[in-house]
Unconditional design. Structure first.
Ligand SMILES: NC(=O)c1ccc[n+]([C@@H]2O[C@H](COP(=O)([O-])OP(=O)(O)OC[C@H]3O[C@@H](n4cnc5c(N)ncnc54)[C@H](OP(=O)(O)O)[C@@H]3O)[C@@H](O)[C@H]2O)c1
Length: 254
């Protein structure tokens, strides 16, 4: 029935791109998704092809249910199967924690529409394909912000907390065929924070993180991809788990 297939939302950059490359390198076919600029997505697709994967490239905004359903139909038409879904696409607004006037209801709606509703819609759209194989997996990319009360904004932290709760509920809903887990990364070296904080703010953030985390390190996209591989393709008896990849930020340096 062909190679296994991993669908990674938001895989034109950062964590999603590293995850797609890792699955491709392990002999899987991959689905690359983006919502805006096709050029970086095409570059990631070429890298995955060079690793031996067949690649389906789909422009789709996960906040739009019709896009999620179209993506799932394209996966079915092209590969006839889906074994792992990595709900990685995410968005935020950078607002200082103490600036309560900096966030409006609309900001919450926008962030939730991608980080929470997008993951729900993608999971629902792909569930019929995922259910066809016992042990298939959904991996939601959350954030350590969901449990630390630190991060780009209150709306972002709340959205990732909601994603953690949804992970546990979906793990029940899709059992026994599909396992559903989440990864909560700390500061990851991707364009996300570099663009959001600017060069100086980003460097301050990195220095703060290394000074605080037990392992005195920040996270690479490849570190998160490794965990997305473990939870998606392996971890046969793990479901409903939120796994930290934070270099020990939560436990802190003594
Ligand atoms: N970087 C960190 O420190 C960090 C820490 C913890 C958790 N995370 C989480 O990790 C995930 C990936 O972040 P990253 O750092 O790798 O960011 P990134 O490098 O900025 O990549 C974000 C990806 O998501 C895509 N995307 C954004 N909105 C989308 C939408 N509505 N539909 C489909 N794709 C969409 C982007 O493509 P387009 O631009 O084409 O839409 C891009 O491919 C996010 O969920 C984020 O919350 C990041």
């Amino acid at each position: 029935m062909g190679k296994k297939v991993c669908v990674v939302t938001g895989s034109s950059s950062g964590i999603g791109a590293a995850t797609a490359r890792l699955y491709a390198g392990k002999g899987w076919n991959v689905v690359i998704n983006y919502s805006r600029d096709p050029a970086p997505a095409e570059a990631v697709a070429a890298q995955c092809e060079a690793l031996g994967a067949e690649v389906l490239l789909v422009k789709a905004d996960v906040a739009q249910d019709a896009d999620c359903r179209r993506l799932a139909s394209e996966v079915e038409a092209r590969f006839g199967r889906a074994d792992v879904l990595v709900n990685n696409a995410g968005t935020t607004k950078f607002v200082d924690l103490k600036n309560l006037d900096g966030l409006e209801a609309e900001d919450f709606h926008k962030i939730y529409s991608v980080n929470v509703i997008g993951a729900y819609q993608m999971t629902r759209a792909l569930a019929p394909l995922l259910r066809q194989h016992l042990g298939s997996g959904v991996v939601n990319v959350s954030s350590v912000a969901s449990i630390m009360g630190r991060g780009s904004s209150l709306a972002y932290m709340a959205s990732k907390g909601a994603l953690n709760a949804m992970t546990v509920g979906l793990a029940r809903a899709l059992a026994p065929h599909v396992r559903v887990n989440a990864i909560a990364p700390g500061l990851v070296e991707t364009p996300w924070l570099q663009e959001g904080l600017g060069a100086e703010g980003y460097q301050r953030g990195v220095d703060w993180y290394k000074g605080r985390a037990a392992l005195e390190a920040v996270i690479t996209p490849e570190d998160v991809a490794e965990t997305a591989w473990y939870l998606g393709a392996s971890a046969a008896k793990t479901t409903g788990e939120v796994m930290l990849v934070d270099a020990g930020l939560r436990i802190n340096k003594v």
